[in-house]
Design a protein around this ligand. Structure first.
Ligand code: FAD
Ligand code: SF4
Length: 810
C-alpha cells in the first residue's frame, strides 16, 4: 500500500517541494489541493503580467501534463477548511474528506488589508493572485486614476504595471521613504526620483484614513485631511501567513506555522513549507529560501533528514525595467561595531551603501548599478573576511576570466532566486542535455526565465562549462540601454517618451552611442509616426547631410526618378548642375537613377535647389527606389503596367524611414527584367493578377523573395505592399534587412498579420502608415507636398484571390 501524501496549497513552495520529493525514492500517492483554480504558476511574474511583458500562459510552471505524468491528483479550486488530526483526514469546504499519512501545509500568505474605513468598496483590489491580476487588467485603461497604497516592492511593481497600461498612478506610502525596509533614506530618495521620472506620482509620508465614494471608490482621504481622487485602488500593504487551518488543527502557531530545521510542525506527520511558516522567529516573503525549505522537507519526509534548514539572509531585487535596486542583509547602520561605506553619483543615479561588521559584509544597498549583486550575495553567504579588500568594497574586483570567478562559487549556491536553481543544477543540466545556449538553460532548468536578473551569471556559467557555447541572437540594443527592441517599443509607448535624450536619461546611461542613438531615433520615428522631437545629432552622418559621403570626403547626389523614369527637362538640369559644379563623375546607377559624384559639402544645398528634384534618399535607412521594367505600355510581352504601378508605389512610400535600406521593383511579366525577385518588396505582373513578393536580396546575401499573396487588381497589390512595408517598419529590429526579417518571423506569420489579418488590424497598420506619410518630408525641400494619406486606408477585398497564394513565380 502506498502512503497518502496530501499537500494543501498549490503555490510556488508547495509544488517546488513536491518536485523535490519526486526526485527522491518514495512510496507516496500525492494529492494537491489548491483553492485557486489555476495550475501551478510563477507568482513572482504577476508583476510582469500586469506590465504586459508576459501572458498568463507564459508564467505557468507546471501544466496539467505535469500532474498527470507524475500521477498527482490535483484538486484545483478546492479549499481545505479543516484538519482532523485524530482521524488523519483533511476536510474541504464542501465537507469531503481526504485521508493522509503525511500532510504538507503550503498555504502561503494573503495580502494584508489594513482596517481603513471604506476599504470594501468596489474597485479596491489587492495584488496577490492571477485572479487579482486579471481583475486589475480588466479595469486598467488609459487615463484611469489609480492609487497604490504601499511603497514597497509589490506596491511599486503594481504601480508600474498599471502605469504601463496607461493609468495615471499615485503611490502612497506611510513612511517617509520608499522601500524603507530594504533601503536607507538616501537610497529611498534615489528610488523616488527614478520612479517619478517614469511618470508615477509619489506621496510620502501619507497615512490613508478613509476610502471614500458611493459604492465605488472615488478617492482616498489621508490623516492630514488631504484627499486624492482615485477610480481604482490597489492595496499592497504587506502580507500575512495563512495559518487558520493549522491553528484550528491545534498545531503550534506564532506569526506563521512553527517549524523546526526539518520543516516539521508540532505534529510529526504534518510538515509546513513556504510563506505560511515561521522558522526560528523568522517569517518569509521571498521565494529563494522557500525552495531551500522544499529540498530539506523532501529529504525529511522521505526519511533522510540529512539536510537542515538554516534560515535565510534577506535579499530583494525590484523587477521594474530600468530601475535597478538590490538590497541584502541588514540595512541598520546604528548597531554597535557596524561601519558604513558609501558611494553616490547623482548624475548617473547610482548609490551604493556597504555595511561592514568586523570586516565582514553585514548588508548592502545598490541603486542604479546592481552588476555586483552576486559578489555581495556570496560575501554575505560565506562571511568572507574583507580586510584585504577594504578599498574595493564599493567596486569589487571582477575576474577577467568568468570561469575562474565562478569556480569559487559552491555548487549549492542559488543562481536563479526566482526559480530556486543552484549552480550545481545548471552544470548538471549542461552536461546531461548538452546545452549550448541560454535558451537551453531556460528550457531545462528554468534559470533566468523569470525576472532575468541572473541571465548574466547563467551566461558566464554556460561559457565556462559548455565547450560549444553559442551566443543567442542578440536581444538587447547595446550596453548604453540594455533592453530588447520589444521592451523599448513598450517603454516609448507606455511612457510617452518622444526624444532620444529622454529615453536615454530614464532608461539608459544618458549618453548613448553610435549604435543605440540612430536605432532609438528610428524607433521613435516609427512609433510616433513622425510626431516627435527629431534629434538630428542621433542620426548617421549621411542622414544629417542628406547625401552619401564618399571615401575622399565629397558627397554623391542622387535625385529621385520615380520608377526610373525621367524627362528631357530633368536631364538638362542634371547636365547643367554637373557642368556648373565640375562634377567629376555622372553615373547611371543599378537602381535606374543618375548619380552626381564628387560634390563638395558646401555646394550641396545649391545643387539640390538647382536640380529642382526631390532627394532619391540613396544614403539613408529608408525607401530607396522602385525599379521598373517597360511593362505593358511598350513591351510586347508585358501583361501589367509595371512602369506606372512602380511610379505610384514609389510615390506612396518615398521619404519614409525603414529599419534598413529598402529597395523595391515592379515588373510587367514573369520574365522579370527589373530583377523583382531579389528586392525587399516587389510586384510581379501575371496575366490578370499581381504576385506580391517580399524579402528578396542580391547583395552580400542573395535570396529569392517569398510570395506574400497573389491579387487581381493593382489597388489590391499596392495595399498588400503598404501592409508589408508598415509591418516590417514596426516589427523589424533596427538594421535588420527584410530578408533576415522574413526568415526570422516566417512568411506564414507575416501573411497572417498583414494581408490576411482581420480588417481592423489592417486598417490600424494602414492608418499608422498614413500618419507617418503625412509628416514625411522630402529631405532636400522642406516644402514638398506629401501625397494624400487617406489613400492608404481603403481596405481592398482580397478573399476572392486567396486560393492563388500557392502560385509559383516564373
Ligand atoms: C506580485 C508578486 C511579486 C512577487 N515578486 C517576488 C520577487 O520578485 N522575488 C521573490 O523572491 N518573491 C516575490 N514574491 C513573493 C513570492 O511569490 C512568494 O514568496 C511565493 O509565491 C510564496 O510561495 P508559497 O507557496 O509559500 O505561497 P503561494 O505561492 O501564495 O501559494 C500558496 C497557495 O496555497 C493556496 N491556499 C492557501 N490556503 C489554502 C487552503 N486552505 N486550501 C487550499 N489552498 C490553499 C493559496 O491560494 C495559494 O494558491 C512576489 C509575490 C507577488 C504576489
Ligand atoms: S519583365 Fe516582362 S514586361 Fe517587363 S520588360 Fe521584361 S519582358 Fe517586358
Amino acid at each position: 500500500m502506498k502512503q497518502q501524501l496530501v499537500v494543501v496549497g498549490n503555490g510556488m513552495a508547495g509544488v517546488a517541494c513536491v518536485e523535490q520529493i519526486l526526485k527522491q525514492p518514495h512510496e507516496f500517492e500525492i494529492t494537491i489541493f489548491g483553492d485557486e483554480t489555476h495550475v501551478n504558476y510563477n507568482r513572482i511574474m504577476l508583476s510582469l503580467v500586469l506590465a504586459g511583458e508576459k501572458s498568463a500562459d507564459d508564467i505557468v510552471l507546471n501544466g496539467v501534463d505535469w500532474y498527470r505524468d507524475n500521477g498527482i491528483k490535483a484538486k484545483l479550486g478546492v479549499r481545505i477548511a479543516s484538519i482532523d488530526r485524530e482521524r488523519r483526514v483533511v476536510i474541504d469546504q464542501d465537507g469531503a474528506e481526504t485521508p493522509y499519512d503525511k500532510l504538507i501545509l503550503a498555504t502561503g500568505s494573503s495580502a494584508f488589508i489594513p482596517p481603513i474605513p471604506g476599504v470594501d468598496k468596489n474597485n479596491v483590489h489587492v495584488f496577490r493572485t492571477l485572479d487579482d491580476t486579471q481583475a486589475l487588467l480588466a479595469k486598467a485603461r488609459p487615463g484611469l486614476k489609480a492609487a497604490v497604497i504601499g511603497g514597497g516592492l509589490l506596491g511599486l511593481e503594481a504601480a508600474r504595471g498599471l502605469q504601463l497600461r496607461g493609468c495615471e498612478v499615485t503611490v502612497i506610502h506611510i513612511m517617509d521613504s520608499l522601500m524603507d525596509r530594504q533601503l536607507d533614506a538616501t537610497g529611498g530618495a534615489y528610488l523616488r526620483r527614478k520612479i517619478e521620472s517614469l511618470g508615477i506620482r509619489v506621496l510620502l509620508p501619507r497615512q490613508t484614513a478613509a476610502v471614500f465614494g458611493n459604492g465605488h471608490v472615488d478617492g482616498l482621504r489621508f490623516a492630514n485631511g488631504e484627499e486624492l481622487e482615485a477610480e481604482l485602488v490597489v492595496i499592497a500593504a504587506g502580507i500575512r501567513p495563512n495559518v487558520d487551518v493549522a491553528r484550528q488543527a491545534g498545531l503550534n502557531v506564532g506569526r506563521g506555522i512553527l517549524v523546526n530545521d526539518h520543516l516539521e510542525t508540532s505534529d510529526p506527520d504534518i510538515f509546513a513549507v513556504g510563506e505560511c511558516t515561521e522558522h526560528r522567529g523568522q517569517t518569509f516573503g521571498l521565494v529563494a529560501p522557500l525552495y531551500e525549505q522544499g529540498r530539506v522537507l523532501a529529504q525529511a519526509i522521505t526519511g533522510k533528514r540529512e539536510k537542515e534548514f538554516g534560515g535565510a539572509t534577506p535579499a530583494t531585487k525590484l523587477k521594474i525595467m530600468g530601475v535597478d535596486i538590490f538590497s541584502a542583509g541588514s540595512i541598520d547602520d546604528s548597531q554597535p561595531g557596524v561601519e558604513c561605506v558609501k558611494f553616490e553619483d547623482p548624475g548617473q543615479g547610482v548609490y551604493k551603501q556597504v555595511l561592514l561588521k568586523e570586516n565582514r559584509l553585514h548588508g548592502v544597498i545598490l541603486v542604479g548599478d546592481v552588476e555586483d549583486e552576486y559578489t555581495y550575495t556570496e560575501w554575505l553567504r560565506s562571511g568572507t573576511d574583507l580586510t584585504g579588500l577594504r578599498r574595493q568594497v564599493l567596486f569589487p574586483p571582477r575576474d577577467p576570466d568568468p570561469g575562474l570567478e565562478l569556480a569559487d562559487m559552491p555548487d549549492s549556491e542559488t543562481i536563479c532566486g526566482c526559480n530556486g536553481v543552484r549552480k550545481g543544477d545548471i552544470i548538471t543540466a549542461i552536461h546531461t542535455h548538452g546545452i549550448t545556449t541560454m535558451k537551453g538553460i531556460k528550457e531545462h532548468t528554468r534559470a533566468s526565465s523569470s525576472c532575468g536578473s541572473c541571465s548574466g551569471l547563467c551566461e558566464k556559467l554556460l561559457r565556462a562549462v559548455a565547450p560549444d557555447f553559442q551566443q543567442d541572437t542578440k536581444t538587447t540594443l547595446c550596453s548604453c540601454i540594455p533592453f530588447s527592441y520589444e521592451q523599448l517599443r513598450d517603454i516609448m509607448r507606455g511612457q510617452q517618451l518622444k526624444s532620444v535624450e529622454e529615453v536615454l536619461a530614464v532608461y539608459g546611461n544618458r549618453k548613448g552611442c553610435e549604435v543605440c542613438k540612430p536605432a532609438l531615433s528610428y524607433l521613435l520615428d516609427m512609433i510616433w509616426c513622425g510626431d516627435h522631437e527629431e534629434d538630428r545629432s542621433a542620426r548617421y552622418i549621411n542622414d544629417r547631410v542628406h547625401a552619401n559621403i564618399q571615401k575622399d570626403g565629397t558627397f554623391s547626389v542622387v535625385p529621385r526618378m520615380r520608377g526610373g523614369v525621367t524627362t528631357p527637362d530633368e536631364l538638362r538640369r542634371i547636365a547643367d548642375v554637373a557642368d556648373k559644379y565640375n562634377v567629376p563623375m555622372v553615373k547611371v546607377t543599378g537602381s535606374q537613377r543618375i548619380d552626381l559624384l564628387g560634390i563638395k559639402k558646401a555646394d550641396l544645398p545649391k545643387v539640390w535647389s538647382e536640380l529642382g528634384m526631390p532627394s532619391g534618399q540613396a544614403y539613408t535607412k529608408g525607401v530607396r527606389m522602385v525599379k521598373t521594367c517597360v511593362g505593358s505600355e511598350f513591351c510586347r510581352f508585358g501583361v501589367q503596367d509595371s512602369t506606372n504601378t512602380g511610379i505610384e508605389l514609389e510615390r506612396r512610400l518615398e521619404n519614409l524611414f525603414t529599419p534598413h535600406k529598402f529597395k523595391m521593383a515592379v515588373v510587367g511579366c514573369p520574365r522579370n527584367c527589373a530583377e523583382a525577385t531579389v528586392k525587399d518588396l516587389a510586384l510581379v505582373g501575371q496575366d490578370g493578377s499581381w504576385q506580391v513578393v517580399v524579402g528578396g536580396a542580391a547583395g552580400k546575401s542573395v535570396r529569392k523573395a517569398d510570395l506574400l499573396i497573389t491579387v487581381e487588381t493593382t489597388e489590391q497589390a499596392l495595399e498588400a505592399c503598404d501592409l508589408f512595408f508598415q509591418y516590417y517598419r514596426e516589427n523589424a529590429n533596427y538594421l535588420e534587412r527584410s530578408y533576415d526579417f522574413v526568415e526570422r518571423i516566417g512568411i506564414e506569420k507575416i501573411r497572417k498579420e498583414t494581408v490576411y489579418a482581420p480588417d481592423t488590424d489592417k486598417r490600424q497598420l494602414l492608418e499608422r502608415l498614413a500618419r507617418s506619410k503625412a509628416l514625411a518630408k522630402d529631405a532636400w525641400s522642406e516644402g514638398a507636398q506629401p501625397v494624400n494619406p487617406t489613400q492608404f486606408v481603403q481596405i481592398q477585398p482580397i478573399a476572392a484571390t486567396r486560393n492563388q497564394e500557392t502560385a509559383v513565380l516564373c
